[in-house]
Design a protein. Sequence first.
Lengths: 198, 198
Amino acid sequence: MVGVRAKDHDDKRQIILDQAATLFARQGFHKTSIAQIAKACKASSKAWIYHYFPNKEAVLTTLITDFLELVIARVSEAVGAVEAPQKKLQAFVLECMRIYDEYRINYPMLFAEMSLLPAEEQKPIRALERQWVMLLRGIILELNPGISNRRHHAMVLTLIASGSVNWTYTWFDPKGPMSQEEVAEMTTRMLLKGLAAV
Amino acid sequence: MVGVRAKDHDDKRQIILDQAATLFARQGFHKTSIAQIAKACKASSKAWIYHYFPNKEAVLTTLITDFLELVIARVSEAVGAVEAPQKKLQAFVLECMRIYDEYRINYPMLFAEMSLLPAEEQKPIRALERQWVMLLRGIILELNPGISNRRHHAMVLTLIASGSVNWTYTWFDPKGPMSQEEVAEMTTRMLLKGLAAV
DNA sequence: GCAAGAATCGAACGACCGTTCAATACTTTT
DNA sequence: AAAAGTATTGAACGGTCGTTCGATTCTTGC
């Protein structure tokens, strides 16, 4: 076929995303230049990036989108593999922390950056985020069906709980005194008791 | 005295900080230019800013420092005004949310931006942050003295709890269905039960 | 082998931005 | 009123960065 994309087109694209993720996490989005990403990919020109992405923001939005889709897929699977709602919560928390640790993505930073994008570009990302939150909300409702009576209580409680999970990024150190499994265990135990109290 | 600073020098400085806070919250640090801050202050030249701050980063670090000092002062006072540790936790959470609401500062964004600063400039800010965390840790230890046996447990539990409070920024809407008092109430109740479980 | 589009690259453009500088106006003490 | 230092300003500098362009090379179906 003439004029067809190279077989390794998607691979190259993925390399860009991987290198960009590392650089964004270390230096932030604005302090990372296209030239830097290209160099990290061992390309000799920054114009090379533009063959795979229309602009710099697209690298960011693709990165966040792919990441959230992965999180949702893996968390869904982990949660679906157990029956008891207590076990589901544990699986949810643990799987989130595992992915955060594997990918070393600075989620609060990406989140903040995303919030500055034009509303139209935020839309699909917000939708994925909502999926993630709704997954957690479902588990919380199973754990404590009573709260469904009061309007919005389930949602607010879910958002409060989500903070415990998401904020972990800002302080957790894999080389610290606790493993992610232990932190996940403590978080789960706290949430289990706490969520029953409202 | 010849060559003394004008009486309103500190006022002007504060105006810069206030306008910068608003702009940073809305557009982020990097997308806000010195010229924009100057214009928001009704100054006719961006060089004017440099009479009050040595550079743009100093505006950011001063902003965060002042904010954290205010938070610590107000939260300390609120916590000190009550006796029971349960009341202290409630006061802590409520006061944090009140300040966040009053000042409309995007704390997670400022936090992320601060993390990219040179280590030396981060130091005093990290110290203030630690003060805030330690305040919360003290309350948690009062609530659950048992955890002091296991090393690091109190600190990790504190950090997990702090996530619930700090993440509120990213989702709380004053025009939403719940007031900050109600959210603070729910957060406190959840934490009270949850923290006892570890 | 030729045509057409993909892949890659080097160079340049155009805009913006943080910072500096020199000059002017203002204030206050002596 | 003179001196000295502050307050403010407009203009310019130096650099960076995202993006574009044109050219070249490579791949592949006809």
